[in-house]
Structures are given as C-alpha cells and as structure tokens.
Design a binder for this molecule. Structure first.
Ligand code: DSN
Length: 429
C-alpha cells in the first residue's frame, strides 16, 4: 500500500467508527486546502510523516532508551528510535541527539532541568520582543523557578541594525549578571542569529550557550541559515515548523557529559513514556530533510520570505527590522496604520482566507491579546509550491484586506481569489 493509501485508509475507517470526528477532520482538511497558511510556525507535513504518526507504534510503552527499556517487546522501537537519533545527528552535524521530547516546550524544560538549579540566572529576550513563553516568561515555569534577565533588540528606528539583537548590550548585560546559561533563538525574530558572537559572549562570562532553533531548524538543516554547531553547547528545537515534520521536540549537543544530563532530564526527569509514533514521524521527517530537494525548499522559503518583505514594504507597510533574512516577517502596524491593531488585522485576513497571527512588536504598548503587529511566514506556502510570483499575488491580497477597514465585500472577494490560487497548488498529501 502506498503511504497515501495508508493515510487515507486511516481516515476512511474513522468515517464508519466516529462520523462526528471524521467530519471535523475532513472539514479541517478542506480549510487547509482552501486557505493561505501564513502562520510562521506552521507547515504541511508529508503523507509519509502522517502515516508514521498514525501507525500502530502509538500502542507501546517504551520508557527508557534503545537497549535499556523498562518494558518487553521494544526491539522494533529501538530500531526506529536509533534511526531517528542517527538521522538527527547527521542532519544537524552533532554527536548526540535525544528525540523523545514531546514538544519544543518539553525540550526546553528538560534542558533547564539538566543544566540549571532553581534560582539560577539565565538570559534571553522577552516574549513580547520575539522570545518564547519558555524563555523566562513570568507565567511559565522558566520564569517562576529561574531568574531570567532579558537582553534587548536595537529599538532606534534610525539605527543601522534596527530590530536586530543588540549584541554589545547582550555582552554588557552578561558581564554584569554572570548568567549560568545564555539562550538564543526566538519565535518572532526575522534576522540571522550570530551564534559565533554569542559563543564569545558566553565564553567571556563562563555561561552555557543554548540555542532554541525551533523556528529556523528547517533553514539550518537545509543550509539556509548558519548552524548553531559548533558554537552552542545545547540546541533545542521543534520538529514541525520549517523542518516540516510531526509535532514534537528534539535536543542536541556535542558534549557527552551534557548529553547524559539531557537524557536523564527528558526521562525520567520531566517525561514518562516516549511517543513512539511521533518518534517514527520524526525519523521520516529527518530522512526527508536529508534529501537534496530539502535544500531547495529551505532556500525557497527564505527567497519567498524576502519577496514577502519587499512586497509589503513597497506597499508602505513598516516591518520590524525593516526586512527579513528568514521565513518570517513582522508587520509593525504602529508605523503604518496606528489605529489598526494586530487583532483586527489578523481577523480581517482570516475572514479572507489568509491565516496569520497577531503578534507583539518591540516596545508594544498593546496587550498580547490585541498587539500592534501581524506575524507572517512562508514555510507552508513554499511547501505548496509558491514562488516569488505567487508571493507577489499574496502581497496584493494582504494589502487590499488590511486597507479595507474590515469591509466584508473585500474579504469575500479576496477569499474567492485565495481559493482559486490554492486550487493551483495542491497539498503535499
Ligand atoms: N507557538 C510557536 C510559534 O507560533 O512561534 C512557538 O512555540
């Protein structure tokens, strides 16, 4: 049976057993097919990944690691997990990989548990500036049990590196606070991360350097963003987003002592049984990302990101950091249409079939539920086959919607054009 047939068979069985859930899955499938998915952290994974995730591997408990399990019957799971580990190491060029974290948040939790004691100081950027909940937010364990000190971006709109990390300020802040760990890697940062500079800063203050490459993992794997190795001590990531695999997490390192601590911190420190069906999906995803086509994909994601940024700026939309080097673009509405909020803009786009998210921008005075920004990304559109020409069409549609004042007729007209555009670029499954 082909992988497509396996995936279809699974959904068709569901139709008879649970028509209610079947209805919502197929309705969601139609939504995905007929909308422009521009959430920077989402993608369309392959039929092969979905077949692995929807397989009988969901049935088994496998606490422990390959060759050292707490249950019988794990031999084939050892094979799957070992393949996933070896492929992850090959893909990212590192010596150790733990493929068990259920998510990026779990990967970060395990890294903190392995490397820090409660109360220890670490540095990162704040969630509202483009960081992540697990990078020291007050409402997350990382901010409650540890002592985060946040480093700034360049806020001066006239400065050469407006919106970039202020590396000199990071250096000064780390010299002052002597963090045990420095985090780099973000959720809404459109620029290349200078891992080499971070290494120098970490060495100067004796800190461990952790990169959370969740957003850019696919770009790193495809050679479209510099690698965190050999500069970083620990690298955490998700496996969906630009890497285009199943939802899940991954931790990597070149340091054997750190690897041992991470393994213990993932299991039994912070997780129980690994999700072996998800690990099989990760193995398939890493195998796909090792192919030459994935390099073309990663380059195209960035080319499309830059076309999106250039197109929006041509239309007069101000962007955080005035552009992008990667897969994401952050519109700063305050500098174009101060009355328009991220909440309204994202809702109007949603009404027109363009799926984005509201996002805070540097120094945002609006709340995270309102915001002054809209975050857009190109990973999913690129998977569908979009190139510069379709990105230009997409920019036209976004501009019309955002300048419409939320007009329903405009949303409906754009929605029709979106459906038409989508029909020319079928899903990868
Ligand atoms: N929620 C993800 C994002 O959208 O960036 C990060 O985990």
């Amino acid at each position: 049976m082909s992988t497509e047939a396996v995936a279809d068979a699974g959904v068709n069985v569901l139709q008879g057993v649970d028509p209610e859930i079947y209805k919502w899955i197929t309705t969601e499938q139609q939504r995905q097919e007929n909308t422009l998915e521009m959430i920077a952290s989402e993608n369309h994974t392959s039929a092969a990944v979905m077949a692995a995730v929807g397989s009988c591997l969901t049935n088994k408990y496998c606490e422990g690691y390959p060759g050292k399990r707490y249950y019988s019957g794990c031999a084939y799971y050892d094979e799957v997990e070992t393949i996933a580990i070896e492929r992850a190491k090959q893909l990212f060029g590192c010596a150790f990989a733990n493929v068990q974290p259920h998510s990026g948040a779990n990967a970060n939790l395990a890294a903190f548990y392995a490397l820090l004691e409660p109360g220890d100081t670490f540095t990162s950027i704040e969630l509202s500036e483009g960081g992540h909940l697990t990078h020291g937010s007050r409402v997350n364990l990382s901010g409650k049990w540890f002592n985060p000190v946040h480093y700034p971006l360049v806020h001066d709109v006239e400065a050469d590196h407006f919106g970039h990390i202020d590396y000199d300020a990071v250096e000064a802040l780390c010299a002052e606070h002597k963090p045990k760990l420095i985090m780099c890697g973000y959720s809404a940062y459109p620029r290349i991360i200078d891992f080499e500079r971070f290494r120098k800063i970490a060495d100067a203050c004796g800190a461990i350097l952790l990169a959370d490459i969740a957003h850019i993992a696919g770009l790193v794997a495809g050679g479209a963003h510099p690698s965190p190795f050999p500069h970083c001590d620990v690298v955490t990531t998700t496996t969906h987003k630009t890497l285009r695999g199943p939802r899940g997490g991954l931790v990597m390192t070149n340091d054997e002592a750190i690897a041992k601590k991470i393994d213990k911190a993932v299991f039994p420190g912070t997780q129980g049984g690994p999700l072996m069906h998800a690990i099989a999906g990760k193995a398939v995803c890493f195998g796909e990302a090792l192919k030459d086509e994935f390099k073309d994909y990663a380059q195209q994601v960035v080319a499309n990101g830059q076309a999106l940024a250039a197109g929006l700026m041509d239309k007069g939309w101000a962007l955080s950091s005035n552009g992008t080097d990667n897969h994401l673009v952050l519109i700063d509405l305050r500098r174009t249409d101060p009355e328009l909020t991220g909440r309204d803009g994202a809702q109007w786009l949603d009404n027109a079939g363009i799926i984005t998210n509201k996002n805070t921008v540097m120094g945002d005075e609006r709340s995270p539920m309102v915001t002054s920004g809209i975050r857009l990304g190109t990973p999913a559109l690129t998977t569908r086959g979009f190139k510069a020409e379709q990105i230009e069409q997409t920019v036209e549609l976004i501009d019309r919607v955002l300048r419409s004042g939320g007009d329903e007729a405009t949303a409906n007209a754009v929605r029709g054009e979106v459906v038409d555009l989508c029909s020319q670029f079928p899903m990868p499954y």
